[in-house]
Design a protein around this ligand. Structure first.
Ligand code: ZN
Length: 239
């Protein structure tokens, strides 16, 4: 079980941690700031630095086979003999990349507010975000871009809180996503609130205010199937 520091504070870029397992599939730590692929959001990349200053590059982060396991996936040429179980390392994420995930991820919540239909697919990367809505009506690219710009300019605070599963069951409308149900069995569920805009269960990382998203545009709207409309977002500024 890895302590998930990013759940309480998504602005943490670095932490000290102890190595608990090492194999080719990934390195496990007792605590981490690395977000594992999930809820559509890409896993973090970054670096593990040993006490002697040696570095092991991490190219991705995934959930392991056991609940609560987080695998820090090393680069193909990484020297894993540098990492001994029990050793202390400094774990640092590629913040530029992660911050783009956070901005895009928060933008997808704004999109959910603008398109009041169930979501049945989601992908958030450093270069684009896309959401698939279960709906048959056409969508207007320019109108959505304007709607996003308005919600960004209005500077809505973004924060998470934990609610009980009983409270969630009493409010089924909270679960917007059809394919990604919130994890159950822990007694509590993390919900993200964009004040006055959106509220839904979500385990991902987000910025603290919609103003941080900056200039985001709808780059494409696709009809994926008779009942699915895909909306793709990009940043207006170059990467
Ligand atoms: Zn979210």
């Amino acid at each position: 079980m890895t302590e998930e520091l990013f759940r309480e504070d998504s602005t943490l870029r670095e932490c000290d941690a102890r190595v608990t397992a090492v194999d080719a599939a990934g390195i496990q730590l007792d605590r981490t700031v690395f977000y594992p692929l999930g809820g559509g959001q890409a896993g973090d990349a970054g670096m593990l630095r040993t006490a002697s200053g040696a570095e092991v590059r991490i190219v991705d982060t995934r959930k392991g086979a056991q609940p609560g396991e987080i695998l820090h996936v090393p680069a193909a040429d990484a020297d894993l003999s540098l990492l001994q179980v029990g050793a202390t390392v400094s774990a640092r994420i590629d913040w530029q990349r992660r911050y783009r995930h956070m901005r895009f991820h928060t933008a997808t919540h704004l999109l959910c507010a603008l398109v009041p239909h169930p979501v049945d697919g989601c992908s958030i990367t450093a270069d684009y975000a896309r959401l698939d809505f279960h709906m048959t009506e056409p969508l207007d690219k320019e109108a959505l871009t304007r709607g996003l710009a308005r919600l960004v300019a209005e500077s809505h605070p973004v924060a998470h809180r934990w609610i009980s599963e009983a409270e969630l069951d009493a409010n089924p409308g909270l679960v917007r996503s059809m394919s990604v149900q919130p994890p159950r069995g822990l007694g509590r569920v993390r919900v993200m609130q964009v004040e006055g805009v959106d509220l839904q269960p979500c385990g991902g990382t987000h910025v603290a205010n919609t103003a941080e998203i900056g200039a985001v545009v709808v780059t494409k709207i696709e009809k994926k199937s008779a009942k699915t409309r895909r909306v793709v977002l990009g940043f207006a500024e170059p990467a």
